[in-house]
Design a protein around this ligand. Structure first.
Ligand SMILES: C[S@@+](CC[C@H](N)C(=O)[O-])C[C@H]1O[C@@H](n2cnc3c(N)ncnc32)[C@H](O)[C@@H]1O
Length: 239
């Protein structure tokens, strides 16, 4: 979906508002639930992103972490690389938590679909569990490309489609039964934890997302399944 048409723009704005309100609601319990619901595997996935990108970053490379939320991926990037990291999110309560964790990092408020940066600003851009939440994945990818320098790297970490049958069945049961119940219990917002599996179900699978990245102007696009494809890491270079 493009955002040029005024009608589409309104629905994109509504979508953004709903997503922002939802993350604001669950922000106090976001970290706890992330680690609990994934049995801490989410930390391993973020570490994998950093290990993948670290060798590609020169000293003092500029990295933008879009949808940084409470800052875990930004902080991992800051601690494990020699890059200068900026975190950006459009949900203030999530950002406040990020700032409490790492006051030395710049965490700024902004929309991933309308990034407040000039063209060709960053050497790399990361997006951890964000792209699925955008009103338009295509518009997001184009915007990410715009702020990347030529040859700049994009890394997307996102829930995906499990490639192994047993894992797929387990995940379906987990998403439909356990996750909304546990999420509701701890966060007080059942709808937020019903949104999660719904948004994962609608999100393009690994091959489709890779194709969308190529269509948006990324080259050398590759992906790596994490935990049997429960999540996937997509890497591309601005062509
Ligand atoms: C599931 S959280 C992920 C946070 C963090 N990256 C992590 O790995 O835990 C998604 C975050 O993306 C943010 N987000 C969603 N859509 C956004 C947009 N259009 N612009 C900026 N942030 C957005 C939400 O506010 C939320 O903090």
């Amino acid at each position: 979906m493009g955002l040029t048409d005024p009608g589409q723009r309104t629905s994109a704005d509504d979508h953004a508002r709903r997503v922002r309100d939802m993350f604001a609601r669950i922000s106090p319990r976001y970290d706890l639930l992330n680690h609990l619901l994934s049995a801490n595997v989410d930390k391993r996935w973020r570490r994998r992103v950093v290990r993948k990108i670290e060798p590609l970053l020169a000293m003092n490379a500029q990295v933008l972490d879009v949808g940084c939320g409470t800052g875990d991926l930004s902080i991992e990037l800051f601690e494990k690389t020699a890059a200068r990291v900026v975190g950006l999110d459009f949900c203030r309560p999530m950002l406040e938590l990020a700032k409490q964790k790492a006051s030395q990092l710049p965490f700024i408020e902004g929309d991933g679909l309308h990034l407040p940066f000039a063209e060709s600003t960053f050497d790399a851009l990361t997006a951890g569990f964000v792209v699925r939440n955008l009103a338009s994945v295509e518009d997001g990818l184009r915007e990410f490309r715009r702020v990347l320098k030529p040859q700049g790297r994009l890394v997307i970490l996102e829930f995906s489609q499990p490639s192994v049958l047993g894992v797929r069945q387990f995940v379906r049961f987990y998403y439909s039964r356990l996750l909304p119940a546990i999420g509701a219990w701890f966060s007080g917002s059942r709808s937020a934890y019903e949104y999660l599996p719904n948004s994962i179900g609608k999100f393009p699978n690994q091959e489709t997302l890779a194709g969308m990245m190529r269509a948006a102007g990324f080259v050398e696009v590759e992906f790596e399944n994490l935990s049997g494809g429960i999540a996937a890491l997509h890497l591309g270079r601005r062509g």
